[in-house]
Write a protein that binds this ligand. Structure first.
Ligand SMILES: NC(=O)c1ccc[n+]([C@@H]2O[C@H](COP(=O)([O-])OP(=O)(O)OC[C@H]3O[C@@H](n4cnc5c(N)ncnc54)[C@H](O)[C@@H]3O)[C@@H](O)[C@H]2O)c1
Length: 338
């Protein structure tokens, strides 16, 4: 898809962060953008700012809500969407072994399940419309790695990426393109989502508090501008590129991240990986990390550096970010909140 003028675009998570940046960029490109989100206040603000022509309150886990939104669009605009962008997402972090069912159900339900629901709702309608189109989704750099404190999120993102690749292959014959964008760090409000998890009455195995959210906010404050990210995505859609890793060295980064798999396949390789982790980061790793805004330097090798912050310095150890909740009595003491 090269011309967005007058195209009908539907964006989940469109009220904030990456989704709002996408709404702004595609509106500026002449599209009629409809945003969907659970946050009514931010939906209203986005429409008021001119980022979208319409806002729909939709929880991406609500299948009846998806059908109602899609029917409503056809009724109002006389056709279904040309460009579907599945961006809504949440996260929460802590040791894998502390994870609760609620942690998995909530993260996987929104991140992966929300994308499944979007595809099942709109793909048949887009095919029947018979004009081709495009589907994009905001995945994550996290899709390329597993982490001891990111299990539900990394697993859901890896599954999301894999699913999108299946649709990329399947929809070629209908002239419907698919693009997965995989940023590392975005300047967004995603740090708020872990508190919503608790407010909803879910039981988490992780240490979640105002402090952990505030700490994550300092990291995201230095992330990529959502409009810059949306322009990377727009270019990938225009060129019909499936995988958009929005950095100069993106393709090299992917090659490097996936190079662990051959090593994990042999005992010798595992020794080499362990040896590598005792070494300081290479120049290439530091360069990649700098492009990803310092998101994950030395994640495997050293305690994370406190992020740059404009406010008062936050005490990482005291806040216990990425730790288990106090009552997870099977988790090693060092991995639990004090
Ligand atoms: N922030 C990052 O550093 C980062 C990095 C890589 C990928 N991502 C991904 O980018 C996407 C957008 O996140 P963001 O960082 O812009 O965060 P954000 O919180 O600013 O925006 C996400 C939006 O999704 C909405 N949302 C959450 N749950 C929903 C639900 N059940 N139904 C409908 N809407 C819902 C939120 O209300 C919010 O408006 C997510 O998929 C996230 O995983 C974020």
């Amino acid at each position: 898809m090269k011309d967005f003028k007058n195209k009908l675009v539907f964006i989940t998570g469109g009220a904030s962060g990456a989704g709002l940046g996408q709404a702004q960029v595609f509106t500026e490109a002449g599209a009629r953008v409809i945003i969907a989100d659970v946050n009514q206040e931010r939906l209203d603000e986005a429409v008021k700012s001119g980022a979208a022509v319409e806002a729909i309150k939709l929880d991406v886990t609500d299948r009846a809500g998806w059908a109602a939104a899609a029917d409503g669009i056809e009724k109002k605009y006389g056709e279904t969407v040309d460009l579907l962008i599945l961006t809504a997402g949440v996260n929460v972090f802590g040791p894998a072994e502390a994870s609760s069912y609620d942690d998995y159900d909530w993260v996987v339900g929104i991140v992966f399940g929300g994308v499944v629901n979007g595809l099942v709702t709109f793909v048949p309608r887009m095919i029947k419309k018979g004009k081709g189109g495009h589907i994009a989704s905001t995945v994550s750099w996290g899709a390329f790695g597993a982490g001891p404190t990111t299990a539900p999120y990394s697993a859901a993102k890896a599954a999301q990426l894999n699913l999108l690749e299946s649709y990329y292959e399947a929809l070629k014959s209908y002239n419907i393109g698919v693009t997965a964008v995989c940023p590392a760090n975005i300047n967004s409000h995603i740090y708020e989502s872990q508190l919503k998890h608790i407010e909803a009455g879910h039981k988490t195995g992780y240490n979640v508090s105002e402090g952990t959210a505030a700490l994550l906010a300092t990291i995201h404050a230095h992330g990529m501008d959502p409009k810059v990210l949306a322009n990377w995505l727009k270019e990938a859609i225009e060129n019909d590129v499936f995988l958009c890793v929005p950095y100069k060295s993106g393709p090299e980064m992917v090659e490097d991240a996936l190079s662990r798999f051959p090593l994990l396949s042999t005992a010798d390789g595992i020794k080499k990986l362990a040896e590598k982790r005792t070494q300081p980061p290479t120049e290439q790793e530091l360069r990649f990390n700098a492009e990803r805004e310092g998101y994950d330097v030395g994640a495997q090798r050293q305690a994370p550096e406190p992020p740059k912050t404009d406010g008062p310095a936050l005490d990482w150890a005291k806040i216990g970010f990425g730790k288990a909740s106090r009552d997870a009595d099977w988790v090693e003491a060092g991995k639990k909140a004090d």
